[in-house]
Ligand binder design. Sequence first.
Ligand code: PAF
Length: 282
Amino acid sequence: MRLIHTVEELRSELSVSKSAGKKVGFVPTMGALHQGHLALVNRSVAENEVTVVSIFVNPTQFNDKSDLENYPRTLEADVQLLQPLGVDIVFNPLVGEVYPEPDTRVFDFSPIDSVMEGYYRPGHFNGVCQVVSKLFDMVQPHRAYFGEKDFQQLAVIRAMVNRLNYPVQIIGCPIVREPDGLAMSSRNQRLSTEDREIALKISHTLFKSCIFAESNGVAETVNFVEGSIISQPGLTLEYFSIVDGDMLQPVKSWEEASRIIGCIAVFCGGVRLIDNIKYKEA
Ligand code: PAF
């Protein structure tokens, strides 16, 4: 496994594999790796001859400066976690390497990117598209792997790849949860023991809402989830929306779309957590 910091080195390392016709899988990350990331990596290693993992905390996707400053950076531990998995290249560029000059490109995949995370974190998806498009240009992977915990991000990236004709297959991988149900996230590291216990209410409420939804409508299910989160001291609900799985627009009935998902964002002890649950799959 090689740890590479520059685009030049990355390109020369990959050109050998590419001219040998090898398939390249790519897992973009911001580091602070957990089992959710490792599941993406394992899948890429299983499906491709070469796997590249990027570790880059992308400043352009943070609309909150203190969130960027507090984002965990654990490169040494990350490299150790990746070592036994069969990864070929870890790409860890400096900000100036990715952005030699400010990226002024504007991406607009409305309405997919204007609801939920797009509404509450203005500019976030623009930053995600800026960095992912640059990383795709640098790595030129055949396949790229993203977690479904960031369900909206996955939809935005699919839209970008479609719009820009990137020759890359986007593969969404299921949420990985802790044994007690908490969706794995790099941000979980910032939860105190007490807050982590409180945060469990988020996934538990989503699980219960699936059963509730079997005999209730969409509006009742929204009320059920909102009520449960709001009544839990220590949690502050930002949004909960039940949307169709493609354009991510709110639905009014379970019949309205073939894929329906509930997406939630909640603050717990100053940490912003997101999660989602599938009510209906095609
Ligand atoms: O999901 C993430 O960790 C980031 O948004 C990504 C895709 C690596 C882009 O910085």
